[in-house]
Design a protein around this ligand. Structure first.
Ligand code: LRH
Ligand code: MN
Length: 430
């Protein structure tokens, strides 16, 4: 960075600071006028945290292609470096979620030491029976836990027991199980038998988990199965979580719902029975597009957080959701996309904290449809960016993480430090 651009950057930073202080003061005053304490809200937003997916730091792709970026992580340590940077700029992403075997390492104690050095921790660990690994004796082509072949089910159970050991080594306290199991043609798979086999296998995995762990079952309507997916919807996931026990809950991946499904209603249903375990935040227009959260349906994201804030304020039994991101960055710089995502989640959460719940309940009780809707929209249409920036700043983060990242030159530094793996070299993930 030249002296001149450094001077300009500091001028910019100075100006940005002044603009922020003016905007935050104006918003605080306006909220005060509505009987809302900006300080209380800043404190609430400061407590919001979300985990980053280890698999989203390198460019993603589709079956049609992948356009790799530069300076991408080639090892778990480099993924954790990038995660630590996202945390330092947002103050709200202190944990990474590992995917095994994509993140399997010889020495998990070394991984834990690296994480401690980088100031991050570990959230739920993810299993993988949707790919066959090199040298794997039996294929998961026709399913893992749902497979009619007991030897294949046994192999899948052994994999989950290994994933739990990895999680224990790094200090995770939850296991996320997403199964690609399903069929492409009617008749190919027993619709009830496959589900029963999954439940039986999960019972063994659940029993093997440490007592302070949770198991998250993740539903998905289709892909890679294109006729029937064994854990296809929230109902199937709930049936499993209820069959397994108190420490089994449902994980809601926002992209795992057919276009017209009311996701906030699914969230409310699971909250109502204490079975909402966590989220994979992202956004989508059509299928499991894994786009940046809040980029396509920001009002839905707000309505989901509205249900969560309400549940939190009501101290609903079993309410301890694990917030995690699950995205694939095919076009955007992965770090910039994750910085945008954390900001979008902080904004949706802040807006949900602004809802006047007492007034809403009154209008719902009196049947005043318009005023009930306006009470939600009042919060949603409030520009909370100064408040979210202030919360980040008080946690040592940046007012505008994406601009701070660009000004940092981090990607350019990593492009030099991390020469791309030779073509044909194994990518760090998909
Ligand atoms: C499946 C899924 C699951 C992960 C994978 C990377 O679509 O959402 O959560 O294991 O993406
Ligand atoms: Mn997911």
């Amino acid at each position: 960075m030249t002296a001149r651009s450094e001077r300009l950057a500091s001028l910019d930073a100075g100006r940005a600071e002044r603009v922020h202080e003016r905007d935050f003061a104006a918003l605080s005053e306006r909220l005060e006028g509505e009987g809302v304490s900006a300080e209380t809200l800043v404190a609430e937003v400061q407590r919001f945290e979300v985990a980053l997916p280890s698999w989203a730091f390198a460019t993603g792709g589709t079956r049609f292609g992948r356009f790799s970026g530069t300076g991408e992580p080639r090892t778990l340590r480099e993924k954790m470096e990038d995660a630590a940077l996202v945390h330092s700029l947002t103050g709200a992403a202190p944990r990474i979620s590992l995917h095994i075997p994509w993140d399997a390492a010889r020495d998990m104690d070394e991984v834990r030491a690296d994480a401690r050095r980088l100031g991050i921790g570990f959230d739920a660990v993810n299993s993988n029976t949707f790919q066959d690994q090199p040298g794997q004796p039996l294929s998961y082509k026709l399913g893992s836990f749902s497979n009619p072949n007991p030897a294949i089910r046994r192999q899948a159970i052994e994999h989950h027991l290994q994933v739990i050991e990895v999680g224990k080594a790094v200090g995770s306290r939850a296991l996320t199980v997403w199964l690609a199991d399903g069929s492409n043609y009617p008749g190919q798979m027993s619709l009830r038998g496959s589900f029963e086999r999954v439940r039986e296998c999960l019972e063994e995995v659940y029993a093997a988990m440490p007592d302070d762990w949770r198991l998250f079952t993740e539903h998905k309507p289709y892909e890679p199965a294109f006729y029937a997916t064994v854990v296809q919807d929230w109902g199937s996931s709930l049936l499993l979580a209820q069959a397994l026990g108190d420490r089994a809950q449902c994980l809601v991946d926002l992209g795992h719902h057919l276009p017209s499904v009311n996701i906030e209603l699914v969230v409310a249903r699971l909250l109502g029975v204490g079975k909402l375990g966590g989220f994979h935040f992202n956004d989508s227009k059509y299928g499991d597009d894994d786009l940046t959260a809040g980029s396509i349906k920001p009002y839905v994201l707000f309505l989901i957080f509205h249900e969560l804030v309400l549940a939190g304020r009501e101290r609903l039994p079993g309410f301890d959701p694990a917030y995690m991101i699950d995205q694939s960055h095919n076009l955007k710089d992965p770090i910039e996309a994750l910085l945008q995502t954390v900001d979008q989640l902080q904004q949706a959460y802040a807006k949900a904290c602004l809802v006047d719940h007492a007034r809403l309940a009154e209008f719902q009780a009196s049947g005043d449809v318009i005023m009930a809707e306006r009470t939600l929209k009042q919060a949603y249409e409030t520009d909370v960016r100064p408040l979210v920036s202030e919360a980040r700043r008080r946690r040592g983060g940046a007012l505008d993480p994406v601009l701070a990242f660009r000004a940092s030159g981090y990607r350019a530094q990593k492009t030099v430090a991390r020469p791309a793996a030779p073509p044909g070299g194994a990518p760090t993930h998909l």
